[in-house]
Design a protein around this ligand. Structure first.
Ligand SMILES: *[C@@H]1O[C@H](CO)[C@@H](O)[C@H](O)[C@H]1NC(C)=O
Ligand SMILES: *[C@@H]1O[C@H](CO)[C@@H](O)[C@H](O)[C@H]1NC(C)=O
Length: 187
């Protein structure tokens, strides 16, 4: 029983990781805002570090004690990542990535770190093959597609999780019953 609970917990963690990703879509040569913000308003900006990392854990951008730092920035992001310092007071640490290439596609992690707590936000960037930037009137609709795919994936994983745990539970029960039936014979 404990094993099956561990099993379920592991799956729930996995699902959370997939489902909590924020999908954004960009175009080759275009730009995109990768969102990341915190609800914590009580903290001083000087006490917050924000680390933006890409899928290979390379540094995209660091905001150290509320100040921009490109010291450790990977050369592939040189002059391609912009921050919004005027938004820091609102605990909005979103960055803008410009001159997008196909290789930018993937997960970006935003770690908001302070003394008492830290949190990670994951943004999933999809790169559209088209180099034509669509007109800005319907950006909501463009974001819709990757989001739908993610929801479908999540639902599939949940269904898989439920069926796997049901099967596991049945097998486990059968085994327990067998042991139970055999027990009197031993005695
Ligand atoms: C971004 O693209 C523009 C226009 O193609 C180019 O002039 C600029 O040098 C590029 N910047 C970087 C950092 O690649
Ligand atoms: C954060 O700032 C960016 C850039 O100004 C903006 O696009 C985004 O909507 C802001 N996010 C929030 C949660 O205010």
């Amino acid at each position: 029983m404990i094993v099956s609970w561990c099993f379920i917990c592991a799956f729930v963690v996995l699902i959370n990781k997939v489902c909590l990703q924020v999908p954004v879509e960009g175009f080759i040569g275009g730009s995109v805002v990768l969102p990341c913000s915190s609800d914590e308003r009580d903290l001083k900006l000087q006490d917050i570090n924000v680390l933006w990392r890409d899928k290979g854990s390379e540094t995209v951008y660091d905001i150290i004690s509320g100040k921009d730092s490109v010291e450790r920035q990977n050369p592939q992001y040189k002059n391609r990542a912009e921050t919004f310092p005027e938004e820091y007071e609102r605990r909005n640490f979103s960055i803008k990535l410009i001159n997008l290439t196909r290789t930018d596609e993937g997960e970006f992690s935003c770690f908001i770190i302070h003394s008492s707590d830290s949190k990670e936000e994951i943004v999933r960037l999809f790169i559209n093959d088209s180099t034509v930037v669509p007109n800005k009137e319907s950006p909501k609709q463009e974001n819709h597609e990757p989001q739908t795919i993610l929801i479908v994936i999540c639902v599939c994983i949940i269904i898989l999780l439920i069926s796997v745990s049901v099967v596991y539970f049945i097998i486990h029960r059968k085994r327990t019953q067998t042991q139970y039936r055999e027990a009197p014979v031993v005695n």
